[in-house]
Design a protein around this ligand. Structure first.
Ligand SMILES: *Cc1c(COP(=O)(O)O)cnc(C)c1O
Length: 369
């Protein structure tokens, strides 16, 4: 039985990558801001519709460095409904995470609950555009302005997402992307920080290179988070194919919605309005009326070789290094807990075949028959 995973990296034809490798072999420039790195920074900024962007070895180091670059300290308000790296980036900076519940329809931080979590120690908000669906950026940034807080978006799911006619990534003080193999656009491992101006980018570029601000000048406790030339070259090739890849994701999304529309107890959260989507995930919610619980359905799919994923279960606030925090108590996070128990993300990736989609939806439809 062919196994179908929740995602599969998009790989362009191998022969298209060979000329890039030949160029690297010829120049012997392997890392440290080489020609492919420079070209990818400028082409990605154009593609995404942002001013500046600093490439990183991965998204987690981009998050850690983004917080460091803005000298964020004390407490930061964030969501428990995310991948663990969101909150880990706070602990790596010695910052205390303060978890706030999500909105039940958007799966993102609920702006109505943010103000109650602000204390004199709060310095920033770290929201996540979960599944690439935009946070309520207007309200979040209004609250941030009122209280003098920074906003750093974990936009790891939001490659290429547009909101109200411009890039979603232009919001907040900084946004970070992940180019991990499992994401819509990948460089095997990789990431980026979207920077509003050249000065911010310079500081971030120094921080990702040990804090060097010149050949013999070290100005900060930087880290080594540089993207290498092989990754950057792969990104340039991937960029040529990414519109096609997102186009195929769109078709898969539409097929799932159509085929699952009449299944009692299964809901497909609608795509948010005013948004250009990247179809990075396909979450469904398993409600009470369905014949199986979420985990039972997940097991049934696995028995058929289909490896869906429970993004996001468990909540970050349930991991050992977080569960002792006052904001991690269950009563503080009712909607996050509910969604973590109901959600299942179905396979979605450009090479997923129509027959596989039909097989997945027929298993879901025919439970109990
Ligand atoms: C993938 C992901 C990250 C981490 O990115 P890496 O490139 O894997 O380090 C951070 N936050 C979220 C929400 C993610 O999905």
């Amino acid at each position: 039985m062919k196994k179908i995973y929740v995602t599969q990296p998009y790989l362009p034809p191998l022969e298209e990558f060979i000329p890039y490798l030949e160029q690297i072999w010829e120049s012997k420039w392997l890392t440290n801001g080489g020609p492919f790195h420079q070209e990818l920074e400028s082409k990605l900024a154009d593609y995404l519709g942002v001013e500046h962007l600093a490439l990183f070895a991965n998204g987690t180091l981009a998050l850690v460095t983004a917080l460091k670059s803005l000298r964020i300290a004390g407490e930061v308000i964030t969501t428990p409904f995310s991948f663990v790296a969101s909150a880990h980036s706070l602990l790596w900076n010695g910052i205390k995470p303060v978890f706030v519940d999500i909105h039940p329809e958007t799966f993102n931080l609920d702006p109505d609950k943010i103000e109650a979590a602000i204390t004199p120690h709060t310095s920033a908000i770290l929201p996540v555009h979960v599944y690439g669906h935009p946070c309520d950026v207007e309200r979040i940034e209004k609250i941030a302005d009122t209280y003098g807080l920074k906003v750093i978006y974990d936009a790891a799911h939001a490659f290429g997402v547009g909101y109200k006619g411009q890039s979603l990534l232009r919001n907040g003080d900084l946004s970070i992307l992940s180019f991990h193999a499992t994401k819509v656009f990948n460089t095997f491992e990789g990431g980026a920080i979207i920077c509003p101006d050249a000065k911010t980018k310079k500081r971030i570029d120094d921080l990702k290179n040990f804090g060097y601000a010149g050949e013999v000048t070290v100005v900060a406790t930087g880290i080594n988070a540089k993207m290498n030339e092989v990754q950057a070259a792969f990104g340039l090739l991937q960029l040529k194919h990414v519109d096609k890849a997102i186009g195929r994701r769109h078709k898969i999304d539409a097929q799932y919605r159509e085929q699952l529309s009449s299944v009692s107890g299964i809901t497909c959260p609608p795509l948010p309005a005013d948004t250009t989507h990247n179809y990075s995930y396909f979450p469904i919610l398993i409600e009470k009326e369905y014949l199986l619980l979420r985990d039972e359905l997940n097991d049934r799919l696995r028995q058929n070789g289909i490896y869906a994923r429970r993004y996001f279960y468990p909540l970050i606030s349930e991991f050992p290094m977080y569960r002792g925090l006052p904001s991690a108590v269950k009563a503080n996070l009712p909607f996050a807990r509910k969604k973590a128990d109901q959600v299942l993300c179905l396979p979605i990736y450009p090479d997923l075949e129509n027959e596989s989609i039909a097989r997945i939806t027929s298993i879901i439809k025919n439970i109990g028959s």
